[in-house]
Ligand binder design. Structure first.
Ligand code: BT5
Length: 263
């Protein structure tokens, strides 16, 4: 594992990205960031790599991470309970969605709980451009630290097996993009929303997430760890849970994989 230009600092961020550790190749930026967090490195520290050899999705799934994308993890130390951890996923995905929308004028949506989707032509399907992975280490009733990982397909190639559901920004815009510019914008947005969250809680952030939601008001099928929930997605509550109107009444779902049921 090679470290290049570690500790690039001096940006005007308040928290996120005050220290950035850059690597050419790592197993996963999540693991690097976790080690740094255990050593006591500050909130806002970012670990970024050109290539991940064992990029991680949720539930032990793989995240394809070749050269050309943005693969990064951020150390957060919010004063929250374990139940509130999904809030950090919302903050991270909103930051990416905003950065993409502003820089590239693409239509963006958030697919609960952790995907950012884009489309470049009206009428075609939205596809996944970014996935967010949040891992927390908690003590009794209190979160010790959170590692929020952002995987953004920028100029990287998408393997054929994923092309039905995944897209890169290069494909959507038709050109090679500056990863440095996007990285700066993502960290800036993350910093802004995280700062807002610390000062005012989730209120305004939740409102923005709901406005961009791809699932609200839609008929959904959610595969959870031990059940399948079907019904109409009614709301996202302030803990980041999805509220679904099912045949048996309202259900609150904390995590799962959503399929939007087309009618
Ligand atoms: C996620 O999981 O979407 C979370 C992805 C987080 C990746 C970042 S990169 C930096 C940091 N370091 C890591 O090791 N991870 C984080 P999930 O919702 O479980 O989606 C995983 C599924 O997305 C896979 O099973 C594939 O179907 C699909 N997938 C894999 N690679 C992809 C890619 N590059 N783009 C779009 N979809 C992908």
């Amino acid at each position: 594992m090679k470290k290049v230009g570690a500790r690039i600092s001096g940006r005007s961020s308040r928290i996120i990205g005050r220290k950035i550790f850059r690597y050419v190749r790592v197993t996963s930026t999540q693991d690097k960031a976790k080690k740094f967090a255990q050593k006591g490195l500050a909130e806002g520290t970012v670990v970024i790599a050109e290539i991940q050899t064992q990029g991680k999705g949720r539930l032990g799934r793989k995240w394809v991470s070749p050269k050309g994308g943005i693969w990064l993890s951020v150390i957060l130390r919010p004063e929250i309970t374990p139940m509130e951890v999904p809030k950090t996923t919302m903050i991270g995905s909103l930051a990416v969605a905003k950065a993409i929308a502003e820089l590239f004028r693409l239509e963006v949506k958030l697919k609960w709980p952790n995907d950012v989707l884009i489309r470049h032509i009206p009428g075609i399907e939205f596809k996944k451009v970014c996935g967010v992975l949040t891992e927390a280490v908690s003590g009794i009733g209190r979160v010790n630290y959170v590692i929020t990982g952002l995987g953004i397909n920028v100029n990287n190639r998408i393997p054929p097996a994923l092309r039905d559901a995944a897209i890169s920004l290069k494909e959507a815009t038709g050109r090679n993009l500056s990863r440095q510019k996007l990285l700066r914008k993502v960290l800036e947005e993350f910093d802004k929303y995280y700062w807002d969250f610390k000062r005012q809680g989730m209120g305004p952030i939740l409102k923005e997430c709901k406005a961009l939601s791809a699932v609200l008001d839609r008929e959904v099928r959610i595969e959870c760890a031990d059940e399948i929930v079907e019904g109409k997605a009614l709301d996202i509550d302030e803990y980041g849970a999805l509220v679904v109107e099912t045949e048996e009444g309202k259900k609150r779902v904390v995590a799962g994989d959503v399929t939007i049921v087309k009618r």
